[in-house]
Design a protein around this ligand. Structure first.
Ligand code: F6P
Length: 348
């Protein structure tokens, strides 16, 4: 019987479990078995796994996070012993292929695994929606809905107290969430990593609104945004970690505005952070993830490894991992242009 491994890599997002379930259901339909490695490639290196069946995946469709656990471990980067261990585990289980559910850096790891003889099929996931080669990733739709709801809720306070409400969304390298949630939540100003922020222009936009009688302003800012002339991303390192956890650009904007005109603005900052990554997936994400899971198994069983399942122009298709790895997908220019109709201070 054909056996397939599956894992969830990088940060969690809504829809991972739906993708696992989709893969398990399709595998069973095609007489294959699936085992899940725990914590991404870490599970493959240390041979930590869970047998998956329809029984233990039936109920996980609407559950956030991943029943397998997530990690961004990359044994193929600079650890030859771990890379050998990963290959050995794959062989030990007699697996025919491995489905890697991950974001852009995990697709890079997946390509290295493929180069080491592990036949890979990728499934793109990340709330950031910045994976190259697919129009949309698992988790983005839910994150945008969560961020838009947060804006709705913060708006009532902004309106009632004439506040300048700064709402910091996730989105490490590009402003997909900020731009989409900005449209959906009716932001007045949207600031993204694509364009360094001109604080004077932001202040002017707020003033113009006030002159027109709109005392409150909703500013949505992507966590990866930078200020003109500064070129630094705001965040912090956990002890011993090289990885920068982003957070704080919203507070920095408040500081910059305050410095420009002390005591002029009633500034309030909300960082919605990991709320965007948690909770049940939207109906759209459940459908997308389920279908990606099904098609990943088809690709694995039909010999189309070395590819990532992808949504392109409304159709599910395959994109070679070589076209995905090491790349990031910037916000669509048309989306940026359309968003500019509703918000100040973003450019395409
Ligand atoms: O890539 C998804 C994402 O949520 C980014 O938007 C964010 O910068 C990052 O992950 C946060 O990761 P962590 O929780 O490890 O800081």
């Amino acid at each position: 019987m054909t056996s397939i491994g599956i894992m969830t890599c990088g940060g969690d997002c809504p829809g991972l479990n739906a993708a696992i379930r989709g893969a398990v259901f399709r595998a069973r339909e095609r007489d294959a078995t699936v085992i899940g490695f725990n914590y991404g490639f870490e599970g493959l290196v240390h041979d930590k796994w869970t047998a998956l069946s329809r029984q233990n995946t039936w109920e996980i469709l609407n559950r956030g996070g991943s029943i397998l656990g997530c990690s961004g471990e990359n044994p193929f980067r600079d650890n030859p012993e771990e890379a050998d261990a990963a290959v050995a585990t794959f062989k030990k289980h007699g697996l025919d292929s491995l489905i890697v559910i991950g974001g852009n850096s995990s697709m890079g790891t997946a390509l290295r695994a493929e180069d080491r003889g592990i036949p890979i099929v990728g499934i793109p996931k990340t709330i950031d929606n910045d994976v190259e080669g697919t129009d949309i990733t698992i988790g983005f739709d839910t994150a945008v809905a969560t961020a838009a709801e947060a804006i709705d809720r913060l708006r009532t306070t902004a309106e009632s107290h004439d506040r300048v409400m700064i709402i910091e969304t996730m989105g490490r390298d590009f402003g997909w969430i900020a731009v989409a949630a900005g449209i959906a939540g009716g932001a007045d100003i949207t600031l993204t990593p694509e364009e360094p922020i001109d604080v004077a222009a932001v202040a002017q936009a707020i003033r113009v609104r006030q002159e027109r009688g709109m005392e409150f302003t909703i500013i949505v800012i992507g966590e990866g945004a930078t200020f003109k002339g500064e070129d630094v991303q705001y965040g912090s390192h956990l002890p011993g970690e090289r990885y920068l956890h982003l957070s704080g650009v919203g507070a920095a904007l408040a500081d910059h505005l305050e410095a420009l005109e002390p005591l002029r603005w009633k500034l309030t900052v909300s960082v919605i952070g990991h709320l965007q990554r948690g909770g049940p997936p939207s109906a759209y994400d459940r459908v997308l993830a389920s279908r990606f899971g099904v098609r990943a198994v088809d690709a694995a069983l039909d010999g189309h490894h070395g590819n990532m399942v992808a949504m392109r122009n409304g159709k599910i298709t395959l994109t070679p991992l070589t076209e995905v790895a090491g790349k990031l997908k910037a916000v669509d220019r048309d989306l940026m242009k359309d968003a500019y109709t509703f918000t100040e201070s973003i450019r395409s």
